[in-house]
Design a protein around this ligand. Structure first.
Ligand SMILES: Cc1ncc(COP(=O)(O)O)c(C=O)c1O
Length: 382
């Protein structure tokens, strides 16, 4: 079996992630922050260690600004709904995932205004100049996707962040596809809000995500409840991270996330990124010459910075049919369709049918890729 759906969630996980989660649940399964006994304290300690690792990983100036969430979708919802009020204007782009677009659409019904800038087909990125030219008197937020989950192209977020900061705007980044695969520095990038999954590039289990909340943001809470602190107060505490972390945390998942981040740190981001770039280049080189294959989002972008995601279609087949044949005949797992990012497909001309997406991970080898390419060649030849 070959798993090439790491853009959805990474799998397998490093061995240390399985072991850490197993040991955590057996030995430290108390409710973190909800008691002074040693099992609750041990759980809390693990959570704070992971918080420290995340902070170090994204260069967050303070650990307390790292908030654990259910996934990247939850982090985007918390950031957008906590920040935006009727009358606010948001500048975003057209490669957004539904986890970003759908909360925005709901907020639009409540009176926020949104400008979606279109990624130029030949380059794959919006420009900082376009962002600057779209700023109005009511613009509050610049909201971008770091890498498209359809084409893999990485956007120059440092340039966008500089423009946002120059105009005193909040800058929010959806880093679901890049964290753990490409460097992210919230200070150098002028990032005020960073949303990411814990279960993709950071190798945590499903059910883990992170929202970084910078000190220029005062977010309203979207959920309130027990925090294990200030229990005498009826109102939600103002201290971080408690303000945004109500209810029992996914402590076992967070322990796995910590082990995943340690693994990424030990391997090194550069090695992980280079491996991904190599697999991506191997796929593109072969598919671009294969009869009956149409690749998307790669033209004119040789050497573009990208995560290992490639979209294509096979002439005469629906994307879904190709996915089914790859799965049932060749035991190869890929994603097909719109990948929850319909606007990105409008940019590359594949809406509404979508594409077949190969998303390689750190544990995929060149041999895996060659087997997948051979299978695609067979399908295209029929
Ligand atoms: C660009 C992008 N943003 C957000 C998400 C949502 O991530 P999660 O599944 O962690 O909520 C994804 C998931 O694939 C994504 O690719």
């Amino acid at each position: 079996m070959i798993y090439l759906d790491n853009g959805a969630t990474s799998w397998p996980k490093p061995e240390s992630v399985y072991q850490t989660m197993d040991a955590f649940l057996r030995e430290k399964g108390g409710n973190p922050g909800r008691g002074s006994h040693s099992v609750a304290a041990a759980a809390k300690e693990t959570i704070e260690e992971t918080r420290m690792l995340v902070a170090r990983f994204i260069n967050a100036p303070e650990m307390k600004r790292v908030i654990f969430t259910l996934n990247c979708t939850d982090a985007l919802n918390m950031g957008l709904k906590g920040l935006l009020r009727p009358g606010d204007h948001v500048i975003s782009s057209s490669i957004g995932h539904n986890s970003l677009i759908r909360p925005l659409k709901k907020l639009e019904r409540q009176g926020i205004k949104t400008t979606y800038l279109h990624q130029a087909v030949g380059y794959g990125c919006i420009s900082a100049k376009e962002i600057e030219e779209s700023i109005t008197g009511s613009t509050k937020l610049v909201l971008v996707t770091h890498a498209s989950n359809v084409t893999g192209i990485i956007q120059p977020i440092e340039e966008y962040g500089a423009v946002a900061r120059k105009h005193g705007l909040i800058f929010m980044v959806d880093a679901a596809q890049t964290v753990g695969k490409y460097p992210i520095d919230v200070v150098a990038g002028n990032i005020d809000l960073l949303a990411c999954s814990g279960h993709k590039g950071l190798f945590g289990p499903p059910g883990t995500g992170v929202l970084y909340v910078g000190d220029r943001c005062d977010l309203e809470t979207v959920r309130e409840g027990g925090t294990g602190s200030y229990s005498e107060q009826e109102e939600q505490p103002v201290v971080l991270p408690d303000r945004y972390e109500s209810g029992t945390l996914n402590s076992v998942g967070i322990s796995g996330l910590g082990a995943g981040i340690k693994y990424v740190l030990a391997e090194g981001l550069e090695k992980i990124h280079t491996h991904g770039q190599g697999l991506r280049a191997r796929i593109i080189e072969s598919l671009s010459q294969m009869p009956g294959i149409k690749l998307y989002g790669t033209e004119g972008r040789e050497g573009a910075k990208a995560v290992p995601v490639v979209s294509f279609n096979v002439e005469g087949y629906d994307a879904g049919e190709v996915g089914t044949i790859l799965d049932q005949v060749f035991d190869i797992k890929v994603r097909t369709g719109l990948h929850c990012a319909p606007a990105a497909h409008k940019v590359i001309g594949t809406y509404p049918k979508g594409t077949v997406r190969l998303s390689a991970g750190y544990f995929n080898t060149e041999e895996d890729i060659d087997q997948v390419l051979a299978a695609i060649k067979k399908i295209a030849a029929n």
